[in-house]
Design a protein around this ligand. Sequence first.
Ligand code: ZN
Length: 452
Amino acid sequence: MIFANRALLPTGWVENLRLTLSEGRIETIGVSQTARDGDTRVDVLLPALANLHSHSFQRAMAGMTEYRKAGKDSFWTWRDLMYRFTKELSPDQIEAIAALVFMEMQEAGYASVGEFHYVHHQPDGTPYDDLAELSGRIAAAVAETGIGLTHLPVLYTYGGAGQVPLQAGQARFGNTVDRYNDLVERARYLLRSLPADCQVGIAPHSLRATCPEELGAVLQDHGKGPVHIHIAEQPKEVADILQWLGARPVEWLLENVGVSDKWCLIHATHMTEAETRDMARSAAVAGLCPITEANLGDGPFNGPSYLAQGGRFGIGSDSNVLISLTEEIRTLEYSQRLRDVARNVMVVGEGSIGETLYRGAARGGAQALGRGTGEIAVGELADLMAIDSTDIALCALQTHQLIDGLCFAGRDRVVTDVWSAGRHSVRGGQHIGRERIVANYRTAMKNLMSAL
Ligand SMILES: [Zn+2]
């Protein structure tokens, strides 16, 4: 049971709210003048966000790719370094990194993660004895941390647009459609040991790493969703797809595949106005990863048009170069301000930027991960976050300014508690398994560094 001094409901703010939970869901919500014995008392209770896009292993290379050598660095030179790093990782290291990343996400206020999982095989491309060995390692990290999971095994068949063969650095990613189907089935089996809110979706990596026939085949088998795909992240990708398929990536996808509310289009950075309008109408979620998009030099999302046409969106930490919920949200808004030379961009008409982005990302993230959550309401999964409004970043604010304070002035330290489908993993600002998870990570990284 949870007692909150203040809480943000779909209808607005309320004081002295008491929630009861049952089987991971919110069972009752009521106003109560006092907490009862045994209640967990928190200050300000919010719906927790889903982190809709992560490649957890990339966290361990954060800081290794910020050194410029001769010439111009780009997304593509970063990718080469990432491939070299990926080649070294063992299953134990992948599990230790994932546990650290999921812990950091929970401490930042995320209740769940969409793990877009594309390292499947041994370094030379040979499958492990268990085809879904590394999906099993992600599941183990989820069991360790208690985070909610939508696991998204990736179909990765080609090295570039136009069915270019896989390159050496991509050997760990590749599968035929048949083997991919086996992998998804095996991952579903392995996830049965996790709580019921954890599930498996699919992720054709991108148009450049698949082809229309294979995309159609996996959608036929697994089209119920969630379906996630990288799209239109880089201008070169847009040009390559245009040349190959005769349409821009988002345009091609919307015209040729039944994109629906089961879909999440990751990045969708480079869109025309027509693509922006049509994507908003599709009811798919735009999976925005503002820190990574800034780090990789992708460019800003077409935010104002997309919001004006009712487009849905959520937030992801993608490369995990930095895991910070508050920073993702403010980077999203700041990318728009820098492009438009304007303030308070990401709202339609008048209103709070923080509330627009926070509430929008809560609903959109939940939709993208297929989780029945995104608001504090009876029957929803208990994905909840509590913050401390006595923190110096928030203590001068009135209630209606709290979310703006969180998003623009707050650091993740204001997060005191996080529940993932009722699992209370962050208490007093720290994950309950922090000591063991960090120790495991340090040991795993020591071995990695000596291997590099
Ligand atoms: Zn990604």
